[in-house]
Unconditional design. Structure first.
Length: 476
């Protein structure tokens, strides 16, 4: 730790030199400063230590711009003049940097000539291009949690993407990034041959580090924790979205089904918050973030495919703690090939002949619940039911209008199921539809008990849909 006068340029320079020379541990520089150093009032008296100088132009906060410039040794009539000694300093610095650049480029060229294969690999890394990846080849177990499915994908990536770093906030065994860790090792002091960063319980720092890694270039970065702890990461997430950098955010334990950990660990409002970022455009006019909540293991493989191929924005992968029943494959197809339709944001996973009497909509683990309910509605009420999986509403909303209408016609009753706030699906359901969700915090109990108490069972969804239709549910 170094304590300095933060208003003294010489002390700042000296502290930075000492910090740069430290190779063993981080350096904390504490600069004690005076707010508004050198600022003066119109009568020449001090205006230092006034908080108004923090966020207002001097002429608007009671200080005198002219007197302040004069007091600091400048000319009020030409306040931006470059002093001769400053111009000379920058001239010398520029010449030195040009000389250093020539020397470094020559050294890099010599290294490349001596190590052509490594030089080619470095160029490939810096190009930002992925190696050829076959996500369909990843073997997924049946009916597993999407966090476990993500673990299988991470294991594949660890073996096929050399320039990828994954980090976890001391939860690798729970967020299942240990699937990546099985094929590499953590960074330790003095040894950076691994590709896994154990960040500790410090989500914001972890996310900021991943932003820095990606900004450096040449490296893919992903970081993981429980979804509820995305709250701690929001400033860094917002910056990655603003800058348009492809950090992969992995968030497991995506709903109230965290259970025994209690309401502090149960995300209810979080999906709605993150999906707002899909509606917020970056400076390129694109969705600032891609939020993906897969409905089974194969959608999880496709979600990772989408995440790795998305090089324009950050991607959020929102994953379940509990096991999920795999969705049925279409006749003559495979579940993975079907799940590729999720690349459009939303797609039909179960359909009926003719016009549906009702369309059931969800993302994540709720989709399997809807499929069971659809079977009951057909068997017991002879209803024609369509089930739609919406991995990304934002992505669905930028598809051609004919595709959107083919999945969710505007004139049919729509019922949504979400383990979060009902507003999470409100944009898709419409004002005449109905959403079954939570409008309160979770409770401390096993996941199956909570499902039953909160009405997230096939039978209760059946009852709610029947009631909705009996009440004249319609989107007209």
């Amino acid at each position: 730790m170094i304590t300095i006068d933060g208003n003294d340029a010489g002390q700042i320079r000296e502290a930075l030199t000492l910090a740069t020379a430290e190779n063993d541990k981080p350096t904390l520089i504490i600069g004690k400063t005076i707010m508004g150093k050198g600022v003066r009032k119109a009568d020449g008296s001090s205006f230092e230590r006034m908080c108004a100088t923090h966020g207002m132009p001097l002429g608007e906060c009671g200080a005198s711009f002219e007197k302040s410039i004069e007091n600091l040794g400048g000319n009020p009539s030409d306040p931006f003049v470059v002093f001769p000694e400053v111009a000379e300093l920058y001239k010398r610095v520029k010449a030195k940097k040009i000389e250093e650049s020539v020397t470094r480029k020559a050294a890099q060229s010599a290294w490349g000539n001596a190590n052509p294969m490594l030089a080619e690999k470095l160029q490939h890394f810096l190009s930002g291009q992925l190696p050829k990846l076959d996500f369909e080849s990843i073997v997924q177990k049946e009916n597993i949690a999407s966090r476990a499915a993500s673990s299988a994908v991470l294991g594949y990536l660890a073996q096929n993407v050399e320039n990828m770093i994954v980090s976890s906030a001391d939860l690798a065994n729970s967020d299942k990034t240990d699937g990546f860790l099985k094929f590499t090792k953590p960074f330790v002091k003095g040894d950076f041959n691994g590709a896994f960063l154990q960040a500790g319980v410090s989500e914001l720092t972890m996310a900021a580090i991943c932003n820095g890694i990606v900004l450096h270039g040449g490296v893919w970065a992903a970081c993981a924790t429980f979804f509820v702890f995305s709250d701690y990461m929001k400033p860094a997430i917002r910056l990655s979205a603003l800058m348009g950098i492809p950090v992969k955010f992995i968030w497991s334990h995506d709903a109230f089904r965290v259970g025994e950990d209690g309401p502090t660990h149960q995300p209810v409002e979080h999906e709605a918050q993150i999906r707002l970022m899909e509606q917020l455009k970056n400076h390129h006019g694109e969705m600032s973030l891609l939020a993906l909540r897969p409905a089974d293991a194969y959608e999880t493989s496709v979600a990772w495919k989408m995440a790795m191929e998305n090089v324009k924005t950050p991607t959020a992968l929102i994953l379940s703690r509990q096991n999920i029943k795999d969705m049925p494959a279409r006749p003559g197809s495979s579940r993975y090939k079907d799940a590729l339709d999720a690349q459009k944001g939303a797609y039909i996973v179960v359909d009926c002949k003719g016009t549906p009497d009702v369309i059931l909509v969800a993302s994540g683990s709720e989709v399997s619940t809807l499929i069971e309910s659809a079977g009951m509605l057909q068997a017991e009420k002879s209803l024609k039911v369509r089930v739609v999986s919406v991995m990304s509403e934002g992505l669905f909303r930028i598809q051609p209008k004919p595709y959107q209408d083919s999945v969710l016609p505007s004139d049919l009753p729509v019922f949504g199921l979400t383990a979060g706030l009902p507003v999470t699906l409100a944009g898709l359901i419409g004002t005449k539809g109905k959403v079954w969700g939570l409008d309160h915090f979770g409770y401390s109990a096993p996941a199956k008990v909570l499902d039953d108490k909160f009405g997230f069972t096939p039978r209760n969804v059946f009852n709610e849909v029947v009631s909705f239709l009996n009440e004249g549910g319609s989107r007209e």
